[in-house]
Design a protein around this ligand. Structure first.
Ligand code: ADP
Length: 521
């Protein structure tokens, strides 16, 4: 009885304050968890409604909830929206004037503020820490929590200081971490860094059934793009390019081809940029050509396609960017033009970065190449990347609609799994391939791996073949990356079982884009 009351109270509050009739996905259980004062970790795709998870508990609890967000440009929007609903909300960041900051501080001390948005840079300032120490903080919500991890696609060093500061504010403040993109490795990193290994984790499915994924080799991209756009005439879409120059070029190309296209990049005059963004948001058939600076917080429901004219920098970024298509649930297209040259170009951009950052960026780029070249169901690959297993194909991606001839992989999977086992689950893909292919190099020999039974057993196939077998063994759930060191492969429970009782399993060879006949789908 009490439980029902509690549930009704939450629903009533949702209706009363936000005007919504029901919760979406896991929102209700998450909110209950937060109200119970527990550390909570929310991993939900963009647009699924993460903000509500902390906004409603903030309104319902005594004191002020501190929301840490790196997106200064969006804070004002969020705060304005909350105020329009009659909720007392403020933000603290470098854009506030002295008078405005004074007003925020006064209201905070009076204890009337329900939500305070803070940029991590502002949170680290001594004055602000002192101020927050005097407030009654209900909980701290850390938005875009993947920024804490060097392994993610958007590392922000200031995020690493958050935990220490929160502890310093008040003993035992519950922490809510939220993100839309976190691989298992990044998740692990977030929990460790925030010292919230005890947190209850709410992981929503990342599968978006209405999105059609396709990769095309970048052969004559301008022509390919026009052909694609002609098929989607009158629809709204986003085209991502790597450079500002390319953005301008492609926007012009589309304009001369009769498409209402507008450019958007950080090098443009800010008033024109905003004007173009508004035109895209308000007009029915507008295409925006943009660098990845575009899109954070954009909530346009009828984006019918997202094209990556150039390769993205990571699968996390790619999934987030393509996730802007089809928010209304209707069928939408995500097309990537892929060329290994783009990956080389992106690698060059990273050459002046510190070693760890450069290495991580290289690993992220490698994943893009694997994804593009693989003939496995696209959503299955993407979901696997985020630690989610999808049974079967999707029947609405290029690889499902143009399937490659499958081959029997039982013996080769056994060889790979045995190699992982015999090398004591302490090595990565490259090393396993060297062992299987019988490479007599110093490294292999230094571990005596040339004496293993499996050594050279797969020398009749090439490196690309073994790469495919290992990657597909991962997607099939037989091997996985180690949680703490993602360059190491470990056997899973399913992998051990397969070694005991092997069975027939079909894999497909990667794309050979140069020689493939890609008919239209
Ligand atoms: P995210 O942060 O996960 O990307 P948002 O919090 O911005 O998503 O929410 C996306 C949209 O969904 C917003 O317009 C928000 O108002 C709306 N929304 C959130 N929760 C609900 C709900 N329970 N019912 C209806 N709309 C909701």
């Amino acid at each position: 009885m009490v439980k029902t009351d509690f549930k009704d109270t939450l629903k009533l509050k949702l209706k009363e304050v936000f005007g919504y009739n029901s919760f979406r996905g896991d929102q209700e259980v998450i909110i209950k968890n937060i109200l119970a004062g527990k550390n909570t970790f929310v991993i939900m795709p963009t647009g699924a409604g993460k903000s509500m998870c902390y906004q409603l508990p903030a309104v319902m609890q005594e004191g002020t909830a501190v929301v840490i967000s790196p997106l200064i440009a969006l804070m004002k929007n969020q705060v304005d929206q909350l105020r329009a609903l009659g909720i007392s909300a403020h933000f603290l960041n470098s854009t506030l004037s002295k008078t405005e900051a004074k007003k925020v501080k006064k209201e905070l001390l009076e204890g009337t503020v329900k939500l305070l948005y803070v940029a991590p840079e502002s949170l680290t300032k001594d004055d602000n820490i002192e101020l927050l120490r005097q407030c009654n903080i209900s909980f701290a919500a850390i938005d875009e929590a993947h920024c804490i991890s060097e392994w993610g696609h958007d590392f922000r060093p200031e995020y690493r200081k958050i935990r220490t500061i929160i502890t310093h504010l008040k003993e035992g403040i519950p922490i809510i971490a939220l993100t839309a993109t976190a691989t298992p490795k990044v998740r692990n990193d977030i929990q460790k860094n925030l010292n919230m290994e005890d947190a209850d984790i709410f992981l929503s499915s990342f599968y978006r059934e209405n999105l059609f994924y396709e990769v095309l080799p970048k052969i004559n991209p301008e022509k390919q793009l026009i052909k694609f756009i002609n098929k989607h005439k009158g629809q709204s879409g986003i085209i991502y390019c790597l450079s500002r120059k390319k953005v301008e070029e492609i926007a012009n190309l589309l304009k001369v081809n009769g498409v209402k296209a507008l450019p958007y990049h950080a090098g443009m005059d800010s008033s024109i940029r905003m004007q173009n963004q508004d035109a895209f948001l308000n007009e029915d058939a507008a295409v925006i050509v943009a660098t990845i600076a575009f899109g954070m917080g954009i909530d346009k429901p009828d984006v019918r396609f997202v094209v990556h004219y150039d390769a993205p920098k990571s699968l996390e970024g790619y999934y987030q960017e393509t996730g802007r298509a089809g928010r209304d649930g209707l069928e939408s297209y995500c097309l990537m033009f892929f060329s290994p040259k783009d990956i080389t170009k992106l690698e060059k951009f990273n050459k002046d970065k510190p070693v760890t950052e450069r290495d991580n960026a290289r690993i992220l780029l490698q994943e893009i190449s694997y994804y593009a070249n693989s003939s496995v169901c696209r959503p299955k690959q993407l979901l696997h990347y985020f630690g989610e297993y999808k049974n079967g194909g999707c029947n609405h991606c290029d690889n499902c609609l143009r399937p490659h001839e499958p081959f029997e992989a039982k013996d080769d999977v056994l060889l790979v799994l045995n190699s992982v086992k015999l090398t004591e689950e302490r090595f990565g893909i490259e090393h396993i391939i060297d062992v299987v292919m019988g490479k007599n190099n110093e490294y292999v020999n230094s571990y005596d791996h040339h004496k293993l039974d499996v050594f050279g057993k797969g020398k009749s196939e090439d490196k690309a073949y073994w790469n495919t077998v290992i990657r597909q063994s991962m997607i099939s759930g037989f091997v996985k990356k180690d949680r703490d060191n993602i360059t190491i492969l470990k056997l899973t429970e399913a992998g051990r079982e397969f070694l005991q009782n092997p069975y027939s399993i079909k894999f497909t060879k990667d794309h050979d884009y140069e020689n493939e006949d890609l008919q239209d789908i």
